[in-house]
Design a protein around this ligand. Structure first.
Ligand code: 13P
Length: 231
């Protein structure tokens, strides 16, 4: 399984080394992808798959404050989260920008982890498929079949992120089947309050190819329990 760890804007310089040392000791057969903040990327030792949390829509050049896909590549980054709901919301990231980021990543040989998911209100209004279709179709337009099968999708219901609330297994299965109908060869992760307790329910869902973890990514000892219970 793919276990992607989204540290978000956590872990200062002095916290990161002890963190990564604890993470190193977590025994697992799963593929761990560590996605630290940009400043911690160069402190990730060999042996981890490295991910970033964002990338510039543009290539290298006069784009102050941006980090290009080729810069990420040169630091050993192999994966990059795109379209996280926090960026879509707080940074007003548009469908077009997300599309461009995916293009830049593929040009540099980095695998995008595209986040999609609905708000609570959209779920209550039965708009889940509509929202996902819009997020997916705008992001994957112009991708080759090979690129579509290489990319990773993370279904993260916005109402689940950081709330401790997870959808029912039936709700997750319905969404995963919808995504896999559109992208049959693409790996799909679940993200949103997944933890060492609810993994006992989530693990029953055979459609899930892995997890994108926020809060749990910061707690290696709990992550270890999560990974033990996963299999
Ligand atoms: P939590 O696991 O903290 O709910 O965050 C999920 C997430 O946003 C991962 O990208």
């Amino acid at each position: 399984m793919i276990i992607a760890l989204n540290n978000k804007s956590n872990l200062d310089k002095e916290e990161f080394i002890p963190y990564i040392n604890s993470l190193r000791k977590v025994p697992t057969e799963d593929q761990l992808i560590v996605c630290p903040g940009f400043l911690n990327i160069s402190s990730v030792p060999e042996g981890f798959d490295l991910g970033a949390q964002n990338v510039s829509c543009e290539g290298p050049g006069a784009y102050t404050g941006e980090v290009s896909a080729s810069q990420l590549k040169s630091y050993g980054v192999r994966y990059c989260i795109v379209g996280h709901s926090e960026r879509r919301d707080y940074q007003r990231e548009s469908y077009e920008e997300i599309h461009k980021k995916i293009q830049r990543l593929f040009e540099s040989g980095i695998t995008p982890i595209l986040c999609v998911g609905e708000t609570k209100e959209e779920r209550e209004n039965n708009q889940v498929n509509e929202v996902l279709m819009k997020e997916l179709s705008t992001a994957i337009s112009e991708l080759s079949e090979e690129e579509k099968s290489k990319m990773i999708i993370a279904y993260e219901p916005i109402w689940s992120i950081g709330t401790g609330i997870i959808p029912t297994n039936e709700q997750i299965i319905e969404v995963f089947q919808f995504i896999k109908l559109l992208l049959p060869h693409t790996k799909v992760l679940y993200g949103g309050s997944a933890n060492e307790e609810n993994i006992e329910y989530l693990r029953q869902i055979s459609e899930i190819d892995g997890y994108l973890l926020g809060g749990l990514s910061l707690k290696p000892e709990k992550l270890e329990i999560f990974l033990q219970k996963l299999h």
